[in-house]
Ligand binder design. Structure first.
Ligand code: G1P
Length: 286
């Protein structure tokens, strides 16, 4: 049985909603408190037993490579001082992971970005994390939040993959008026929290949405997705959509949707980013 060993991070987008902050800084490097969004994603992949990180970048994204590398000057300055502990987490991430990079030269959509990652993934099932969907799973003690346990969303999904051996999308219920921000699925209940997907539509108008279950930025994909993506025509917004490629697999009964346990913040929007910041601030200061 093939284990999920690699995680793909599409990180080539412009981050226009965060301009001017994202003019010279990749949006994936925006920090919630002191940690960049992409590092949260990498740590989530690590928590799922994945240590090969495949990052699809674009022009102006060099800060990402520098972040996941040793800064000798900084190490030298900080070594032996009381500030050294600030580097503990990132040092540990760098030690545990291997990073590889490729560039998406033209912005032709998420499906296209994932296809660009084929060279880093090869012929094996893999995970995808969209770092601007920030997920958290530790129970919120203060609010006695009933949702969430100690397993990250991606760990929950890799466990499911062991059972189902097919592509998996993480979904959550959304208000119907938000349908046009997400890929929306429909299907039949397979077991608790698991739906066998029969239809999926990228960013439908609310009246056309097949359900209120929206895909969030966590996927497990089987490698036949690459051949499908090569054949997938531009869809919504004139872009090659992963949702359209997944629909081809879904029609063969090979996609499940998983209502994950935990909390997710849309850090691609200013509101979601602020919400995540407040949440993690409170959580870290319990
Ligand atoms: C992408 C996908 C969409 C998905 C969303 C999750 O859209 O195309 O299907 O629901 O991520 O965040 P984007 O947010 O990149 O426009």
């Amino acid at each position: 049985m093939l284990k999920i060993r690699k995680c793909l991070f599409p990180a080539a987008g412009y981050g226009t909603r965060f301009l001017p902050a994202t003019k010279a800084i990749p949006k994936e490097m925006l920090a919630v408190l002191t940690k960049p969004l992409l590092q949260y994603g990498v740590e989530e992949a690590l928590s799922a037993g994945i240590n090969t990180m495949a990052i699809v970048t674009g022009r102006g994204k060099r800060a990402i490579e520098d972040h996941f590398d040793i800064s000798y000057e900084l190490e030298h300055q900080i070594k032996g001082t009381p500030k050294e502990h600030y580097l503990t987490e990132i040092r540990s991430v760098i030690t545990k992971c291997t990073f590889s990079y490729t560039r998406q030269v033209e912005m032709k959509g998420l499906g296209h970005a994932i296809l660009c990652g084929e060279t880093l993934i090869g012929n094996e099932p893999f995970a995808v994390i969209l770092a601007d969907d920030l997920c958290d799973n530790a129970p919120d003690q203060r609010n006695k939040c009933p949702r969430g346990d100690d397993e990250s969303v991606l760990l929950q999904m890799t466990k499911l993959y062991e059972k189902y051996q097919c592509s998996i999308v993480a979904v959550e219920e959304i208000p119907k008026q938000d349908s046009n921000k997400y890929g929306v699925i429909a299907g039949s209940i397979e077991e608790k929290n698991i739906i066998r997907v029969s239809d999926m539509v990228e960013k439908p108008n609310p009246e056309d949405a097949p359900s209120n279950l929206a895909i969030i930025g966590r996927y497990i994909l089987t490698p036949d997705i690459f051949d499908i993506l090569r054949e997938t025509k531009p869809g919504k917004g004139g872009e090659i959509q992963i949702t359209d490629a997944l629909l081809t697999q879904a029609k063969q009964g090979k996609v499940i949707a998983y209502k994950f346990q935990g909390k997710r913040f849309d850090c691609g929007s200013v509101d979601g980013f602020v919400e995540a910041t407040n949440y993690f601030y409170k959580k870290n200061n319990l």
